[in-house]
Design a protein around this ligand. Structure first.
Ligand code: KIV
Ligand code: ZN
Length: 523
């Protein structure tokens, strides 16, 4: 490695693969392309765009992201079998810089699933990495659950993968089990012991089960890793992955003790964080580092006073470093379409003419009800922006009776496949009554898994953002909506989740989407 390579950390973003694997985070094809474009634009070195064998949809998304890519390497995931690897290559080969990422679980628990002996697995690694390398020059290999794999066996498998042509070796902490010192030591040990280790790049891929993913990733860099795998907002399986914004900003702010650079334009972080929250349905917690709503907020008198005198008293980075523009009153009922478009562009949303038309109508409706429209109101509006052509179900009107004397009642009119239908239902509270009414008008077996309400801004006229997550036969979908009336937002969020479910019913076979792929099937 040259000196500059030694000091540079490659940022590998897996929001569209590992992130999308988190329960409920399903993005549409267009959303995936949009996020990939933003990642490329922000300077992400490698984008893991999906798992091409998982479904037709994933294959198409990876292929199109590959075709549209400009600067980033485009990577696809493949299990340790020729079929997966060929399919992956067919998708990523369209990229100017393609990469195949193939993996197998090497720990005792993971070896037991395909029931392979250590020798059989070693042979499998040799054969599959060789096959991948014959297709593509850029090969990443991962021993899944590396941090719980016997050290000797890990060294043996890494050596085989390097000899077979892997150019990046990723060391995943699949279950978020390691701790910082151990994470650094593991990479250091591999670099010292494995023949050929100095010819390749070591990567770190940490899950956040014990809340240590970011610390473990940075420690791995201290140990010699030069690629960090991460996701926007830390999205991912269970407690998620290392958050891109955290590692990138930690390296930027603490360059004194961690002198490694990345190619990320940090001023684009806030926009992409907002977009990923919107399309994935996973709102960012208020106290999340870097991108949470409170990350740069100061409430106590002492803090506010200090901030006015010198911002550095309580801030270790400037809000504008991550692209945070002050939340201000931006628009009102007299604002025009051009002003709305320009404001949304500042917030990171690029709209086509039809989309703008739809958002403008909803913006005007909101402005009629709410005097002051803040940036966050517009972001909430965008979060619920839908393609009207794809909506089979729509809320037309809703009137609820609520109060201290139950049962609460909801009179709901919906449009179902173009037909206007109405009903009145009761329930334990106005939201329950409303959901019962939706169910009467459109019968379904989907189970409500999550119902969440957030106030977008302050004040009693604030919009409420409602998120719902539903499950039907293993398919999980989310829906969001925002409205100054919490019950209306709830009805629309519920109906939006149902619309997504109807799309998924048509486009995905049961058990054959990303979430249905079995790691067991390595042959
Ligand atoms: O966490 C993990 O082990 C993974 C692998 C597929 C690299 O995501
Ligand atoms: Zn992972």
């Amino acid at each position: 490695m040259s000196n500059t390579e030694k000091d540079r950390v490659i940022i590998f973003d897996t929001t569209l693969r590992d992130g999308e694997q988190s329960p409920g985070a399903t993005m549409t094809h267009e959303e995936k392309l949009e996020i990939a474009g933003l990642l490329d634009d922000m300077g992400v070195d490698v984008i893991e765009a999906g798992f091409p064998i998982a479904s037709e949809g994933d294959f198409r998304a990876v292929s199109e992201i590959a075709k549209a890519s400009r600067n980033s390497v485009i990577c696809g995931l493949a299990r340790a079998n020729f079929g997966d690897i060929d399919r992956c290559w067919d998708a990523v080969k369209h990229a100017p810089q393609p990469r195949i990422h193939t993996f197998i679980g090497t720990s005792p628990l993971h070896r037991a699933i395909p029931n392979l002996t250590m020798d059989e697995m070693a042979e499998r690694i040799h054969d599959t990495v060789t096959h991948a390398r014959n297709l593509c020059d850029n090969i990443q290999w991962s021993p899944m659950d590396a941090t719980r794999t016997e050290e000797d066996y890990l060294c043996r498998t890494v050596e085989i993968a390097i000899k077979a042509g892997a150019t990046t070796i990723n060391i995943p902490d699949t279950v978020g089990y390691t701790a910082p010192r151990e994470s650094a030591d593991l990479i250091r040990m591999l670099i010292n012991k494995v023949p050929g280790a100095d010819e390749i790049i070591f990567a770190t891929h940490c899950h956040n089960d014990l809340g240590m993913a970011t610390a473990n990733s940075l420690a791995a860099v201290e140990g010699g890793a030069r690629q960090i795998e991460c996701t926007i907002n830390g999205l991912g399986e269970r407690a998620g992955n290392t958050a891109l914004e955290e590692v990138v900003m930690a390296l930027k702010v603490r360059g004194d003790i961690m002198p490694y650079t990345t190619g990320i334009d940090t001023r684009k972080i806030m926009n992409i964080s907002r977009r990923v929250a919107a399309v994935s349905g996973f709102a960012v917690q208020f106290n999340k580092a870097i991108v949470g709503k409170n990350a740069f907020a100061h409430e106590s008198g002492i803090h506010q006073d200090g901030m006015l005198k010198n911002a550095e008293t309580f801030e270790i980075m400037r809000p504008e470093d991550v692209g945070l523009t002050e939340t201000n009153i931006v628009m009102g009922k007299h604002s025009g379409r051009a002003a709305l478009r320009s404001k949304l562009e500042n917030l990171g949303f690029e709209l086509g003419d039809n989309q703008l038309k739809d958002v403008f109508v909803r913006f005007k409706e909101l402005a009629d009800r709410k005097k002051e429209i803040f940036d966050d109101d517009l972001v909430a509006l965008m979060r619920t922006s839908v393609d009207p052509e794809k909506e089979r179900l729509k809320v037309k009107s809703l009137r609820v009776v609520c109060g201290t004397e139950g049962p609460q009642e909801a009179a709901l009119t919906m449009i179902v496949d173009g037909k206007v239908v109405s009903t009145t239902a009761t329930g334990d509270g106005p939201v329950d009554a409303t959901f019962n009414a939706v169910k009467e008008l459109f019968d379904h077996n989907a189970r409500l898994q999550l119902y969440q309400v957030h106030a977008v801004t302050e004040g009693t006229d604030a919009q409420a953002t409602v998120s719902v997550r539903m499950e039907e036969d293993g398919k999980i979908v989310t829906g969001q909506s925002a409205d100054t009336d919490t019950v209306v937002a709830s009805a629309k969020a519920y109906v939006s989740a149902l619309n997504r479910l109807l799309v998924r019913r048509e486009t995905t076979d049961v058990g054959y989407d990303t979430k249905g792929v079995s790691y067991k099937d390595v042959s």
